[in-house]
Design a protein around this ligand. Structure first.
Ligand SMILES: Cc1ncc(COP(=O)(O)O)c(C=O)c1O
Length: 363
């Protein structure tokens, strides 16, 4: 059975390679001025909050230990301000899929799904909702459908729909850093559409963990109260903030290169013909690879490849409506930049071959 220590190269952005405590601490020590204070205006958390507020063009930004906490708090505030308990979003959003329905269990909110789970939200989908909502939640890119992005005009129209109804617009910007090159506008230009914006510190930025919520002074002030109530006001969150500041210095400018590499890698996979990609071509550094084998066989082939040559192809294989199909998310970051597009295509070919052999199918 292969383990973390066996991974020598990886296509996975979250692979331990660049994230092991010793590697991370070394980068932090090399980056951090020795006289950095622990708390206060010049401490890492305050620096990070100012920097993200500036980048997003918002009056205030607040560190949160997780995006899960930050977004639930944002939606709760929008609900209390509008006196409406329901928010509307794409059927496959992070809050409904991956957070044990915290928005309902903890905050008493209701989720209204709009549109088709396998395609982007449209204005017609929103118009069909027919209920008063507190907020429209938009995820850029829409992760579960491969990291698709709406056109700028669609985005503007959807946010206008919310505002016309007296609802707020909230951005799940877990991958806003990765989405920005597609729109070719400053981060602040995208964030300006939204009343509240959450960004992640550990996906494209390759930090440790953590999130930032940005918005108007009073909204973020209220979010700080909720952060304390929920146990998220960690005074010494500096290691997470330092890792994120390094990410802003070193990774943010790399997003166009990551996206370009994603397009080339996806092209090589498609040309090889063994697997398909979604979207084709990718719009961000993230896309999905669809395999003609079951998730279990794909996972066993992944583990065999780690054992055989220390290369990790993916971390998680999702099931598909057809049991003999699976898909995984590929996020191009520093780890994946280490592979040429042809090398990635060859790895996927090997993975599928191993999985087919394992399933007793054609080789
Ligand atoms: C789209 C999206 N939103 C929100 C989150 C939540 O972030 P966190 O892990 O910081 O709670 C994630 C995490 O994977 C995500 O992918």
């Amino acid at each position: 059975m292969s383990g973390e220590q066996d991974i020598r190269r990886s296509l996975v952005n979250h692979a331990p390679l660049r994230r092991r405590p010793h590697v991370m601490l070394r980068r932090m020590i090399d980056w951090l001025p020795p006289d950095t204070p622990l708390w206060g205006d010049d401490a890492p958390v305050a620096q990070l909050e100012r920097r993200v507020a500036d980048l997003l063009g918002k009056p205030k930004a607040l560190f949160f230990p997780t995006g899960t906490m930050a977004q639930q708090v944002a939606l709760r505030i929008h609900a209390e301000r509008t006196g409406r308990r329901a928010f509307v979003a794409h059927p496959q959003n992070h809050l409904d899929l991956w957070e044990q329905h915290g928005y309902a269990a903890v905050h008493g909110l209701r989720f209204l799904a709009a549109g088709d789970r396998n395609r982007l939200l449209t204005l017609d989908d929103l118009a069909a909702v027919g209920e008063q909502v507190s907020a429209l939640l938009i995820e850029l890119p829409q992760r579960e459908i491969g990291g698709l992005l709406p056109t700028w005009d669609d985005l503007v129209a959807q946010v206008e729909w919310a505002h016309d109804l007296g609802a707020a617009a909230h951005l799940d910007g877990a991958r806003l850093w990765e989405a920005q090159p597609y729109y070719d506008r400053p981060h602040a230009g995208i964030a300006a559409l939204f009343d509240t914006v959450y960004v992640s510190l550990y996906k494209g930025l390759e930090g440790v963990r953590g999130a930032v919520l940005a918005g108007a002074e009073d909204v973020v002030g209220e979010a700080a109260v909720w952060r304390r109530r929920l146990g998220g006001a960690i005074p010494d969150a500096w290691p997470l903030a330092v890792a994120a500041l390094i990410g802003l210095d070193e990774q943010l400018g790399r997003m166009p290169a990551f996206r370009d590499h994603a397009v080339e890698v996806a092209g090589a996979i498609t040309a090889d013909g063994v697997a398909t990609v979604l979207p084709d071509p990718p719009q961000t550094p993230m896309f999905h690879v669809h395999l003609p084998v079951s998730p279990d066989a794909a996972k066993r082939a992944r583990d065999d490849m780690i054992e055989a040559h220390g290369v990790q192809v993916f971390s998680y294989a999702a099931s598909q409506p057809r049991p003999d199909r699976s898909a995984f998310e590929l996020s191009i970051g520093e780890n994946a930049m280490d592979f040429t597009p042809d090398e990635v295509a060859a790895l996927i070919r090997e993975l599928v071959k191993r999985a087919e052999r394992d399933e007793g199918g054609a080789v």
